[in-house]
Design a protein. Structure first.
Length: 149
């Protein structure tokens, strides 16, 4: 079982270097954990890139940012602005992760982050083999607050 060690310094490094976050499964509903985490990260200077096919289909936005149907679509739109996705932060079921890991690798992300309760060993190994840092079963908001206070 190879993993990026979940040490404070590793997590701190990820959160320091990864400033543009594609948040897969970001809900437009304020009471959902994904919205709460994204709003927190945005308030702390991170660029939030919503990946939500239902909102994207309606041409909608979440937290003032355009929503995209996929990580690939988001990466292409950001590339036109000279911006790269650093982290693919997944609020999806564990079984939905493999194609997201493939997309994270394909768009050149630095990190695949799986939120609390999300595990997928095969997807993590695939991402790590391609050079990505990975985090499983942790909330980006909780870790940011714990490390940066």
């Amino acid at each position: 079982m190879s993993h990026t060690p979940d040490t404070i310094s590793t997590l701190q490094g990820i959160l320091t270097r990864c400033r543009t976050l594609a948040i897969v499964g970001l809900s437009p509903q304020w009471h959902r954990p994904s919205y709460f985490a994204a709003k927190y990260m945005q308030a702390h200077g991170y660029r939030i890139v919503p990946v939500n096919p239902l909102v994207a289909r309606e041409g909608g936005q979440i937290l003032g940012e355009t929503a995209y149907a996929s990580v690939t679509e988001a990466a292409a739109a950001l590339a036109a602005q000279g911006v790269k996705i650093d982290m693919v932060d997944c609020f999806r079921k564990s079984e939905d992760i493999p194609p997201l890991a493939e997309e994270a690798v394909a768009v050149g992300a630095r990190c695949l982050w799986l939120q609390l309760g999300v595990f997928n060993e095969a997807a993590v190994q695939q991402a790590e083999a391609a050079g990505l840092l990975t985090v499983q079963n942790r909330c980006v908001k909780i870790e940011h607050a714990r490390i940066f206070g």
